[in-house]
Design a protein around this ligand. Structure first.
Ligand code: NAG
Ligand code: NAG
Ligand code: NAG
Length: 413
């Protein structure tokens, strides 16, 4: 025992000397590494991983900005942010946040910049020819919005986009302004986020320049995970299938975030432009601010009905299980034509109730537990084939809010 301890001590001493006085004590280092080759190997491995992470952290933000600014200076593109991005250089490129679905995003403080990652390839093709009349251009934008979002009523979104694109407010679009808008609307998340700018659960736009858009994210409010099915608790799933509960905030706080989710569900159901659905709730990370307000990113996949049925249009099926875009967005199968239809199997609300059952019911205050459980079961059974779905939908939401609010208000009084 004693001997082992001493050898470990000398080992640590060697390591320290090697690390601290490495350059001046090369022989010691070499000796150390010879005796402990595996440590050396680990260090090299660590260095490689660190190098890789540093590489990933870049994702070419500076290159993107340089190329956008080059076009800005040659007046090929414009946008509300071009001045601070290219002239005063107040916006920092930031670190890589994500690189997925053809989208690059980089973060600096509470701002997230997004740009199509193959913009160098797409942009020349997406370039507007000079001389395209404004009316034709606007009609084309309108067509794209309707097609991309699958909505019938695009007037307010179109007007807002045109107004934002008109940087010098002369009620006309010059080539640079039109070019910027053209590039932006080819990025699907951009239209979705723009459509929902009236909802505080989505990030608000800070500005755009040459196809790059910058968004205000709540990072500065210290956005947290409410739950994250890939996160900490779930890695202990092998110990207990309830381990996700270990890291959850207090019941009242979770209830408050869930109220936000219910409100969003109502909003999505009754949206004037068309009905929307949250298609990714299984792997969904629900964020919340310090005030326990809901915060969503595009990974929650808000999609309109037509977007879902469009994605499943050519899929042949035997049961509705074949018509699965995501577990929360499945459509019915037409047994005669063996094709997926546009009829969803379950409304978003019933999936929201699945989440609430997992995250709210198990430790609900005893005097609402029974009624909450009953309501949630009724809600989880909802399908689109229920004849009076509209009525059921709003009744269940009203009842759930009553039960939960009743308790929260009772608590804070
Ligand atoms: C854009 O972000 C900057 C820095 O956070 C902020 O000062 C500015 O007010 C934001 N502008 C808008 C329009 O949100
Ligand atoms: C957890 O495991 C128990 C026993 O295996 C089972 O009865 C229960 O339904 C599981 N709970 C969840 C949330 O999967
Ligand atoms: C469906 O098939 C049609 C014709 O075969 C094709 O034009 C269309 O792109 C396909 N749609 C999808 C989403 O695969």
């Amino acid at each position: 025992m004693r001997i082992r301890w001493r050898s470990r001590k000398s080992y640590l001493l060697l390591l320290r000397n090697c690390l601290l006085r490495g350059p001046t004590n090369i022989i010691l280092c070499v000796r150390f590494c010879l005796h402990h080759a595996y440590v050396g190997l680990l260090m090299v491995l660590g260095l490689l991983i660190w190098w890789n992470i540093a590489e990933m952290n870049d994702c070419g933000a500076q290159r993107v900005i340089d190329s956008v600014c080059e076009e800005y200076f040659s007046k090929d593109v414009s946008g509300s942010l071009c001045k601070v991005l290219c002239e005063t250089r107040e916006i920092q490129p930031g670190v890589c946040d994500k690189l997925e679905n053809g989208l690059k995003s980089f973060r600096h403080k509470n701002l997230l910049s997004k740009v199509s990652s193959d913009y160098e390839l797409i942009w020349p093709r997406g370039n507007l020819e000079e001389g395209v009349s404004t009316r034709k251009f606007v009609a084309e934008i309108d067509r794209l919005i309707k097609m991309e979002l699958g909505i019938a009523n695009s007037d307010s979104l179109l007007n807002r986009l045109l107004k934002d694109a008109d940087v010098n407010s002369d009620d006309k679009l010059n080539l640079g302004e039109a070019q910027n808008l053209w590039r932006l609307i080819h990025q699907p998340f951009f239209l979705i986020f723009s459509l929902f700018q009236d909802l505080s659960v989505f990030p608000s736009i800070n500005g755009t320049c040459g196809g790059l858009s910058v968004w205000n994210y709540g990072w500065e409010f210290e956005v947290n995970y409410l739950f994250d099915r890939h996160g900490f608790g779930w890695t202990f799933g092998f110990i207990s299938n309830n381990s996700y509960r270990w890291t959850l905030p207090a019941w009242n706080k979770r209830a408050k975030v869930m109220m936000g989710l219910l409100e969003l569900t109502t909003e999505f159901y009754d949206r004037s432009e068309g009905r929307f659905h949250l298609c990714n709730m299984n792997g969904l990370t629900l964020f919340h601010s310090k005030k326990y307000e809901l915060f969503l990113t595009e990974s929650s996949l808000p999609l309109s009905g037509p977007q879902i049925s469009d994605a499943l249009r050519n899929v042949s099926c035997r049961t509705w299980r074949d018509c699965t875009l995501t577990p929360q967005c499945q459509t019915q199968c037409d047994y005669r034509s063996r094709k997926c239809t546009s009829m969803l199997v379950k409304p978003t609300l019933s999936h929201v109730c699945d989440i609430m059952a997992d995250y709210l019911l198990f430790d609900a205050p005893s005097f609402i537990k029974v009624s909450l459980g009953r309501l949630l079961r009724r809600c989880q059974r909802l399908t689109w084939s229920v004849p009076d779905l509209d009525l059921q939908h709003s009744l269940i939401i009203v009842d759930l809010k009553d039960v939960i609010w009743g308790h929260i208000q009772h608590q804070t009084r």
